[in-house]
Design a protein around this ligand. Structure first.
Ligand code: IPE
Ligand code: IPE
Ligand code: MG
Length: 245
């Protein structure tokens, strides 16, 4: 099917409530163009701009994007610093438009340990958009799903030691309520760009029944048609949640 065809076939009355994206392939995109990796990240920011704009336009209730993982600290310091700087640049540049579009920014991950300029930008953006009622735009930053689960387990242990809960009463709802994502539904659709068939420590608990869509397109090349293809593909699936049709 021609790439342009997908949008015509999408049922806009049955959109996923929560789309999550592992934005991968910035480095490979730059490599292919004989450019430094940083240029790939810069181009990735433009793909992010387009994607947020389209998702808000078609009224996706929640969009989550994986921007920086707890494991990405293993990269060379220059690349990490560039990514942090780009984040501040992105938020400062986009905040007015995000706010105008009634988008509410949310951050999942341990952003308190990021450089102080990042924290400032993030907190300003959170404060400015906190009462917005449109799309929730969740940026996973210094996010690692295992770390998130460990945090939840520690907090359960603390509640038990204070006598607030009984050990036998731990259930799925309690665990979900202690994750960063407690206010948003689990993703319906998870998109990963750049072809890698792995999850890389992203929302392990939350994606138990999420539909996966992996595209070979590198993140900077991801566009409206690619998003429509992912949504169309999602709409062809039969979600059974372990039951029968
Ligand atoms: C994704 O692109 C961006 C981040 C992980 C921050 P990569 O930088 O991982 O790009 P590749 O995978 O090396 O191509
Ligand atoms: C996943 O991509 C993390 C983000 C997109 C932020 P990576 O490029 O870090 O994942 P691996 O290392 O290929 O698994
Ligand atoms: Mg990568």
């Amino acid at each position: 099917m021609d790439r342009k065809e997908y949008e015509k076939r999408v049922d806009f009355k049955k959109l996923p409530e929560h789309i999550a994206i592992i934005m991968d392939g910035n480095g490979r995109w730059a490599n292919r163009k004989f450019m430094p990796r940083t240029m790939g990240h810069k181009a990735g920011m433009e793909a992010l701009h387009r994607t947020v704009e389209t998702c808000a336009e078609i009224k996706i209730p929640v969009l989550s994007v994986y921007a920086f993982s707890t494991e990405n600290w293993k990269r060379p310091a220059e690349e990490v610093n560039y990514l942090m700087q780009l984040l501040v640049e992105y938020i400062d540049k986009e905040i007015a438009e995000l706010h105008r579009n009634n988008i509410k920014i949310m951050i999942t991950g341990d952003y308190a340990s990021l450089p102080v300029e990042c924290i400032k930008s993030i907190e300003k953006a959170l404060k400015r958009t906190k009462d917005n009622t449109g799309m929730i735009f969740n940026i996973a930053l210094n996010y690692g799903s295992r770390r998130e689960i460990v945090k939840a387990v520690n907090s359960i242990a603390e509640k038990i030691s204070k006598g607030e809960i009984e050990p036998g009463n731990i259930d799925e709802d309690l665990i979900s309520s202690l994750l960063y994502t407690h206010d948003i539904p689990d993703p319906d659709l998870l998109i990963r760009t750049a072809g890698e068939m792995r999850i890389s420590n992203f929302m392990l608990w939350q994606i138990a029944y999420t539909e996966l869509f992996i595209t070979p397109l590198l993140w900077p090349d991801f566009d409206r048609d690619a998003l429509m293809q992912a949504i169309w593909s999602f709409q062809q699936r039969e979600r059974r949640f372990g039951g029968l049709k």
